[in-house]
Design a protein around this ligand. Structure first.
Ligand code: NAP
Length: 389
């Protein structure tokens, strides 16, 4: 007599892009495997919801692909469960055949100067989460008198932060920016935003499209000092990097020809300026966009980190697709000769995919009334109330 062997069960901790691409990789490799996508928030999608700038709706559209994974019968969303608080890592390891760690990076890296303790100095994690209506970051900086802003860092996060501050209310009208953040930025008396790099423009990690967009803003003129642009792209860089950096220098040369003050906001790119050379007190708001650190998690047999938890805070959403797929191939190979544990479900009560869909529908309906993609629920109480129907 033959009997069906129980499927393997995998926990993916963190329902952001790297976690969803891990689920996708597992399903492609073994459609029978059962997957629990666990997140501390009642909403899935991680940085797609809370990190991608709210005016980049094209990038956020990847969430629709992730929704399709949530509709698979072998995939369960388990929101509102914080591993370490509601269930231990050990309990997960004991009950699941493998645990994927897709927890990303959630701590702002420090500048290392004493003035970063001032209340007007914000890390980009906190600031971007506030822009995106994250329920743990409901209060933003005081923008009521913010004329002069420093954005420290030369990566795409710095670009996102400077752009969202610089855009007009009209330019943000079709975004899903948190309602309070949108109103605070529209009312702020912003006049000067500096994007500050500690090294030269030939080292900036901006991507070309993101940098070029800064030259097309309605109420802000992008400027820079031409003298810093007489720089050579490092010859040792791989070809795609050299092409990207050369194009960046061209774009910046275009900005150097613009007249400061020709629009209400001057958006200035400053280079060769380490934090120690700045007086943060001279600004009304400082946002540091200098990378992230992660929370600790156990390592060892049966634990498979992916995404930023594995690689550190670098790489765009598509980077995670190939990366998570490769790690899931390793996981499935590791699992191949292991008998399924077939343990009881260890998880406490959670928000499931239907609960998330109730939040999604409520937000989209609220957005439709304003001609926006969605108006986010930004407090835990409303999120849980709507999720539970
Ligand atoms: P990033 O590209 O690594 O940039 C971090 C920046 O911080 C670098 O310019 C770095 O300068 C600077 N920095 C680090 N420590 C510093 C310090 N103590 N003082 C001054 N500057 C310091 O990282 P990110 O901007 O956080 O972005 C993370 C990843 O997400 C990247 O892969 C990015 O492309 C991606 N992302 C993509 C998009 C998009 O596609 N639209 C949007 C947002 C983010 P040095 O080079 O000198 O170290």
């Amino acid at each position: 007599m033959s009997h069906r062997v129980a499927p393997h069960r995998i926990a993916i901790v963190g329902a952001g892009p790297s976690g969803f691409y891990a689920a996708d990789g597992l399903l492609r490799g073994d459609p029978a495997v059962k997957i629990d996508l666990i997140d501390r928030l009642p909403t899935p999608f991680g940085l797609v919801r809370a990190g991608v700038a709210p005016d980049h709706q094209g990038t956020k559209a990847v969430a629709r692909q992730f929704d399709k994974l949530l509709a698979q019968p072998t995939v369960r969303f388990r929101g509102g469960i914080e591993v370490g608080r509601d269930i231990s890592w050990e309990a997960l390891r004991a009950a699941y055949d493998a645990v994927v760690v897709a927890t990303g990076m959630v701590i702002d890296r420090r500048l290392g100067v004493s003035s970063e303790e001032l209340p007007h100095v914000w890390g980009s994690w906190r600031f971007v989460a506030w822009l995106n209506g994250h329920p743990d970051f409901r209060s933003g900086p005081d923008l009521g008198r913010a004329k002069r802003v420093a954005v420290i860092g030369n990566g795409n996060v710095a670009i996102d932060v400077a752009r969202v501050l610089a855009k007009s209310a009209d330019e943000m009208a079709k975004s899903d920016i948190g309602t309070e953040a949108g109103a605070a930025i529209a009312a702020a008396p912003l006049a000067e935003i500096e994007v500050i790099g500690r090294r030269g423009p030939e080292h900036a990690s901006f991507t070309n499209n993101e940098l070029a967009e800064m030259g097309r803003l309605a109420r802000a003129v992008a400027v820079t000092d031409a003298t810093a642009l007489d720089a050579a792209v490092p010859a040792t860089d791989p070809t795609p990097e050299r092409l990207r950096k050369t194009k960046n220098l061209e774009i910046l040369k275009g900005f150097a020809g613009n007249a400061p003050g020709s629009k209400p906001i001057t958006l200035r790119f400053r280079f060769h300026t380490p934090a120690a050379a700045l007086r943060l007190e001279d600004y009304d708001l400082v946002i540091t966009c200098i990378g992230y650190g992660g929370a600790d998690f156990p390592r060892g047999d049966g634990i498979f980190p992916v995404g930023w938890a594995k690689r550190g805070p670098n790489g765009t959403i598509p980077t995670n697709r190939a990366d998570s797929h490769a790690v899931m191939q390793q996981l499935l190979a590791w699992l191949k000769d292991r008998a399924p544990k077939n343990a009881a479900d260890p998880l406490p009560a959670a928000i499931d995919a239907a609960g998330w869909q109730r939040i999604d529908r409520a937000e989209i309906a609220a957005g439709a009334a304003e001609g926006r993609p969605r108006v986010k629920l930004t407090d835990w109480q409303s999120l849980l109330k709507v999720a539970k129907g």
